[in-house]
Design a protein around this ligand. Structure first.
Ligand code: 13P
Length: 336
């Protein structure tokens, strides 16, 4: 078993999942504005430290994705943030892409940037304690999208990123996110997500990536958020499995879904059914941002000093997600 494979399994084994707390300062400011909390470095740290020092991290979370600001901050207990996370038994990770920018040649689409100087930045993050990384490619669905240009160029960037990350001894999370925005059907989402994932693996193989040392972070197969043809959770689970079985090589140890705008309950229920029907060898877990933090953030906004109350909400959410990652979640458990 390679070192990278060991890291990937440490993050995702026993129903553990990933807390995606890597919102950029811009995104975090939007989240904090929505709850009327000033977006200062201190407040961003306070919320995140509240989660990172919770029992939920110890019991249910195998990895935490950080943003550059956070990985460089010091906790109130005078530990570095990666130390605080490692002490809880989780693996510190870091978002290393520089965001999605307008794609020249197809101005309605985006290409994720951040390859220049990446080798040097990775060495710094490794020294700070990171052992895995994230890079998100983003694709939208419309008549003409995602275009070949967007599919090919984002797959190429994800593969170049992965090669540099593995060279530095870290596990790359490969995140091709096909957005749920639009009125498309789930069948269309299946077709387009399949094209995107297939191309990603073609490029990963050209770039000689050790597939046993990556984690794939895809979207689930859903109808668009303005579609009037919503499908049931059973269908979401079955179509998602169909897509992954066909397009993901069996060497990949684990798949950690993004929540992508689903509610906390939707993201939990869908993951639970994916695991109930999972007839593959892939670990199917979560790498949620909003679906792990939304209710905790809302509670915290009422009193940002109420650490224990906020942690209680987060612990419950992480517990539910970890049950879902084992196919053991039920709606009744939500209210207990
Ligand atoms: P959401 O679960 O909120 O989609 O965030 C996951 C993520 O890391 C997006 O890049």
């Amino acid at each position: 078993m390679s070192e990278l494979n060991k890291i990937a399994l440490k993050i995702l084994s026993n129903g553990k999942g990933i807390l995606a707390a890597d919102e950029s300062n811009g995104t975090m400011t939007k989240r904090l504005d929505s709850i009327n909390v000033p977006s200062t470095p201190e407040n961003r740290l306070l919320f995140r430290e509240t989660l990172f020092s919770s029992d939920g991290i110890k019991n249910f979370i195998g990895g935490v994705i950080l943003y550059d600001e956070t990985i460089n901050q010091i906790s109130s207990s005078k530990q570095t943030i990666p130390e605080l996370i490692s002490t809880s038994g989780a693996v510190p990770g870091i978002k290393v892409d520089a965001g999605a920018k307008v794609l020249a040649g197809s101005t309605e689409e985006k290409i994720t940037e951040g390859l220049d100087g990446l080798r040097e930045r990775l060495q710094i993050y490794y020294k700070l304690g990171a052992r895995f990384t994230k890079w998100r490619g983003v694709y939208n669905i419309s008549d003409k999208c995602p275009s070949k240009l967007s599919i090919n160029s984002n797959a190429h960037a994800l593969a170049r990123y992965s090669a540099l990350v593995q060279e530095c001894g870290m596990v790359p999370i490969v995140e091709p996110e096909v957005l749920m925005d639009g009125d498309h059907s789930a069948e269309t989402c299946l077709k387009k997500t399949s094209e995107v994932i297939k191309k990603c693996f073609e490029e990963l193989m050209i770039h000689k990536i050790d597939l046993s040392g990556i984690i794939l972070k895809p979207n689930m197969i859903l109808a668009g958020n303005t579609s009037n043809k919503k499908i049931s959770s059973e269908e979401v689970a079955k179509l998602t499995l169909k897509c992954l079985k066909k397009n993901v090589p069996s060497d990949v140890p684990g798949i950690a879904f993004l929540s992508g705008g689903q509610t906390e309950i939707e993201a939990t229920e869908n993951l639970n059914l994916i695991n109930k029907y999972n007839d593959t060898n892939f670990i199917m877990s979560y790498s949620y941002g909003r679906a792990l933090q939304q209710s905790a953030l809302k509670f915290w906004s009422k009193d940002i000093k109420d650490i224990q109350g906020t942690q209680k909400i987060f612990n419950h959410r992480a517990n539910m997600c970890t049950l879902a990652a084992q196919g053991k979640w039920s709606a009744e458990l939500e209210s207990k």
